[in-house]
Design a protein around this ligand. Structure first.
Ligand code: AHM
Ligand code: MG
Length: 447
């Protein structure tokens, strides 16, 4: 026998008790739904209506600022506007709040679909962010778009690496003497091709190329010099552990009618106009700074778009107590580094080390603590490269509220961004993260 149906006066449709319960589940108490059914789903009037309303549960009231009520008006879900705070600026966060408010006021969308709207349609895409944040500088917008495109293509190559036979060594060495993997070469081709084709670069420096790539075609170049590590964390590529791409951007100083030279990029990190990194992890993320804070985006694979997540701000008290370094090198370290790591251990710090700079710094920015790749007795300049590892990560760390120092380097304690590289593949020691922890290391050096 078919189950009995009763007409819900809200929309004039007949429902079984199960259907009605499923619909109102989570919005009303079970008892209220049963009473409503037993009462033949009659519209509530006067005192009865007030009683029914009292049973109504405010749905998501604080967060979204909206209410649903049973038998109020002709809509199944009627929202009443309440105060929703809205940022007045045009930051991605402010824009998202604005869109949230708009979605909240929309008459037609049932509340249960709002999360879908907020996360997808109303999310600020990286493309929108690039257009607004570059403030009419079309060339910079072209560049940032080429960078986001390169990151998407590299991310896709990494995801397909297993089935397509892209793991393993390529059988050559790169500019800094490291063994090159197949994916290193693919990622480099993707970055070089994307940046050359966008038409706004005049000089590129890649970890994989010994010399600068100078763009000589005057009709297909622009003011930007870009240094990048197309796939950082090579040792992790073949075991599917997070790797990344890192980049820094300078505006050339030499006249635009001449070919750019290495001097256009051998400048302190403080002169960069933008920097960022992409992390190819369980999710693909892209972190960007123009020197006015740091913005974090995640790639939505279904849409093929990076969507804004949040501003990146380090936890003010230093966050989690984590130290991150390759302790296998400790026999080569100088006394202050040895001592600080021992102190961290004494103070109950946890050790975390992925071995991919992007992942280790990303975690440090989000959770707190300190990341170190210091100089040692064997490598007086450390391991990591200034232009496409140290500088961009230092700019992002500082813009997120952290500190980025070389420690004792070339006879003095230096801010990483003040280093002046002499060669495009120069290296420098790296100590970066929460002020609480980096300053503790610097104090040991000062002693
Ligand atoms: P790579 O650019 O050849 O991949 O080397 C850089 C990487 C960094 O991502 C990471 O912080 C460091 O090398 C790890 O080095 P180690 O294996 O000596 O700990
Ligand atoms: Mg690298």
């Amino acid at each position: 026998m078919p189950a009995e149906k009763r007409t819900d006066p809200d929309d004039g449709t007949a429902y079984t008790f199960e259907e009605l319960s499923a619909f109102y589940e989570g919005k009303f108490k079970k008892k209220a739904i049963q009473a409503y059914w037993d009462d033949e789903c009659k519209p509530k009037k006067g005192a009865a209506k007030a009683k029914a309303k009292a049973k109504v549960k405010v749905q998501d009231g604080g967060k979204m600022g909206s209410k649903v009520s049973i038998n109020e008006g002709s809509n199944r879900m009627k929202r009443t506007e309440s105060n929703v705070s809205m940022a007045s600026d045009h930051s991605p966060k402010g824009r998202r709040d604005k869109l949230k408010k708009k979605a909240n006021q929309s008459k037609g969308t049932p509340n249960e679909f709002l999360p879908y709207l907020l996360n997808r349609i109303n999310a600020v895409t990286l493309t929108q962010f690039i257009i607004t944040s570059t403030k009419g500088d079309q060339q910079l917008a072209m560049l940032m778009n080429a960078i986001q495109h390169a990151c998407k293509v590299v991310s896709n190559a990494i995801m397909r690496a297993g089935p397509e036979g892209l793991y393993g060594m390529a059988g050559v060495e790169n500019a800094t003497g490291a063994d090159v993997k197949k994916l290193d070469i693919i990622a480099n081709d993707i970055w070089v091709e994307s940046l050359e084709r966008c038409g706004v670069c005049c000089l590129l420096v890649s970890e994989e190329n010994e010399e600068c790539i100078i763009i000589t075609d005057k009709d297909n170049r622009g003011p930007f010099c870009v240094a990048f590590d197309p796939l950082d964390g090579s040792s992790n590529i073949d075991c599917n552990v997070s790797v990344g791409s890192i980049f820094s951007v300078y505006r050339r100083k030499s006249p635009s009618d001449q070919d750019a030279t290495a001097a256009d990029i051998l400048r302190p990190g403080s002169e960069m106009i933008a920097a960022g990194y992409s992390m190819y992890g369980a999710a693909c993320e892209l972190i960007i700074t123009y020197g006015f804070g740091t913005n974090r985006f995640a790639l939505d694979p279904a849409l093929g778009e990076f969507l804004f997540i949040d501003d990146m701000k380090m936890i003010s008290d230093g966050g989690k107590k984590i130290y991150s370094c390759n302790e296998g090198n400790s026999l080569q370290w100088d006394p202050p580094i040895l001592q600080c790591v021992e102190t961290f251990k004494d103070e109950g710090y946890a050790a975390r080390y992925v071995g991919s700079m992007v992942s280790d710094v990303h975690r440090t920015l989000l959770y707190g603590g300190i990341f170190l790749y210091p100089a040692d007795k064997k490598s007086l300049k450390g391991k990591l490269r200034v232009l496409y590892e140290g500088f961009p990560m230092a700019m992002i760390t500082e813009q997120s509220g952290g500190v980025a120092s070389t420690g004792m380097f070339q006879g003095k304690l230096q801010r990483i961004l003040d280093v002046i590289p002499e060669q495009i593949h120069d290296r420098c020691p790296i100590i970066m993260g929460a002020p609480r922890d980096v300053n503790a290391v610097l104090k040991l050096y000062e002693k």
